[in-house]
Design a protein around this ligand. Structure first.
Ligand code: ADP
Ligand code: MG
Length: 471
């Protein structure tokens, strides 16, 4: 098993967010549940119809290419990829072959070969007896972006992380919702292993519907290929699927090579000179995930896990930045971040994504910043803060009002705390004796008892001082 080096290249498709389909004005609505309603003569391939390029879709790919630091083609065109299948009404798919919109670029340190634009196929459903296939053409003709990486990914985890990062990027750009579970983003992994500098024969694994499955399938495939070679066999170039029950890949078909598709430029569509289209010049991009990570690191100096929580949840990030706007102290900002990512998210953990977004939307940043300041300056204890927090999320009162109502402001008044300290000493004569005998360690315990007696509101510094004085 020693000495084999895996090589992985990814092909990732993403359905683009546009109002209408790629080559006609049928609605692009991935949420549509009734079959065959978003269709028209063009996407149903009626004779005599002509496709028209959707500019919005081209723009999405230009933006993605810009974000990836790729080269945006000056000249680009669409080709026909010919094959016969019930989900492809024209008998060919319009795609791009020789002149993709984007060449080169990089993401997560992985080189990208190209990004091109094509149209999605219809959706087939096979009935349980395997006697009928139902075809829903709502998806036929939806704009589909395909990104291809170089064969430079070295392990399953890096492949999964690349796909996760691309999903984030597509969402930040508003190019795609990119939900893998919904098929809005689909990952295919090409996997080979070799003991030499030459690449081994690659296998393409399809139907991977989550990041975890992408990783598991690649790991499985690497092991399977090594075993095959070790047993004196060889790897067959083929397409394999993922069997969730068996947790294994299985052979689907031997792969066709590209000349089987008889690609040629689609004569019904104009060629595009992208450099001459005004709105594709000087593309302005929003802050991208990697930029946001760097900014959060340098501006707020918060934990990497906190940063990732914000990167994947822009509403939470927006909230955090609002809170930061009300805080001056660096430590208070760190404290706030800690409470937002562990406590607020913890409280809302079992809620739906919608409830979380709504609750965060309603949470007053000013008020929360005030709460954090109270804990930072020691007006209330961190235990006190954790007690008020769920109430702040539910009740229509300020944090200060709630802290007051629940008696959480730390008691620093020596006169008031003295009675409590005296009672703790009386209740724990042996420990008090130990402390008098010079055992400093028990002070912590005594202060803890004092805190308990004040329901966390006693100021621990003042309590310690009183114990030292009174024992
Ligand atoms: P094909 O002509 O079979 O489609 P391509 O050269 O277009 O192959 O590559 C398709 C994908 O397979 C790319 O993501 C590429 O990085 C990857 N790939 C190519 N050769 C290998 C290999 N030997 N091992 C793993 N991945 C590979
Ligand atoms: Mg190819």
């Amino acid at each position: 098993m020693e000495g084999y080096k895996p090589t992985i290249g990814l092909e990732i498709h993403a359905e683009l967010k546009t109002n209408t389909k790629m080559f006609c004005d049928s609605k692009n609505d991935p949420e549509e549940r009734d079959p065959n309603v978003n269709v028209c003569p063009v996407c149903m391939a009626h004779p005599g119809t002509l496709p028209v390029i959707n500019k919005e879709a081209v723009k999405h790919v230009v933006r993605v290419g810009t974000a990836l630091n790729g080269n945006i083609a000056d000249f680009t065109e669409f080709d026909r990829k010919n094959y016969f299948y019930p989900d492809i009404p024209k008998g060919y798919q319009i795609s791009q072959y020789k002149y993709p919109i984007v060449s080169g670029g990089k993401l997560n340190g992985i080189e990208i070969t190209r990004v091109h634009l094509e149209e999605d196929t219809a959706r087939s459903t096979h009935d349980s007896h395997d006697t009928h296939t139902l075809v829903d053409f709502n998806r036929a003709g939806i704009p589909l972006m395909e990104l291809v990486t170089e064969p430079v990914v070295g392990d399953a985890q890096s492949a999964g992380n690349f796909a996760r990062e691309l999903q984030l990027l597509l969402r930040y750009l508003g190019a795609s919702n990119a939900n893998m579970e919904k098929g809005e983003m689909r990952v295919e992994a090409n996997v080979s292993v070799s003991k030499t500098d030459e690449y081994g024969t690659k296998v393409e694994v399809k139907n991977l519907n989550s990041f975890k499955v992408v990783e598991k399938a690649i790991e499985y495939e690497i092991k399977r290929q090594i075993k095959e070679l070790e047993n004196g066999g060889k790897v067959v170039q083929e397409t394999r699927g993922w069997d969730e029950n068996k947790q294994a890949t299985f052979s689907q078909r031997e792969k066709e090579s590209s000349h089987d598709y008889r690609y040629f430029p689609d004569p019904d569509l104009p060629k595009l000179k992208l450099s001459e289209i005004d709105e594709f010049q000087n593309i302005e991009l929003p802050e991208l995930p990697q930029e946001k990570r760097s900014r959060y690191q340098s501006e707020f100096d918060i934990k990497d896990e906190d940063i990732e929580s914000y990167i994947t949840n822009p509403a939470l990030a927006g909230y955090f930045e609002n809170v930061v706007g009300h805080l001056k102290d660096k430590d208070a900002i760190k404290l706030a971040s800690n409470y937002i990512t562990s406590d607020i998210l913890g409280i809302l953990k079992t809620e739906s994504h919608e409830v979380i977004q709504n609750t965060i939307g309603k949470l007053d940043a000013d008020d929360f910043a005030d709460l954090v300041s109270m804990a930072h300056t020691g007006e209330i204890s961190s235990r006190g803060l954790k007690e008020v927090l769920p109430k702040v999320l539910k009740e229509d009162k300020t944090a200060r009002e709630l802290a007051e109502e629940h008696g959480l402001f730390q008691k620093s008044d020596e006169g008031e705390l003295k009675t409590i300290v005296e009672k703790v000493i009386a209740d724990n004569p042996k420990i008090a004796e130990d402390f008098r005998g010079g055992n400093e360690k028990v002070l912590q315990f005594l202060v803890g008892q004092g805190m308990k007696a004040t329901y966390g509101a006693g100021n621990p510094q003042v309590l310690a001082k009183l114990f030292k004085e009174l024992i």
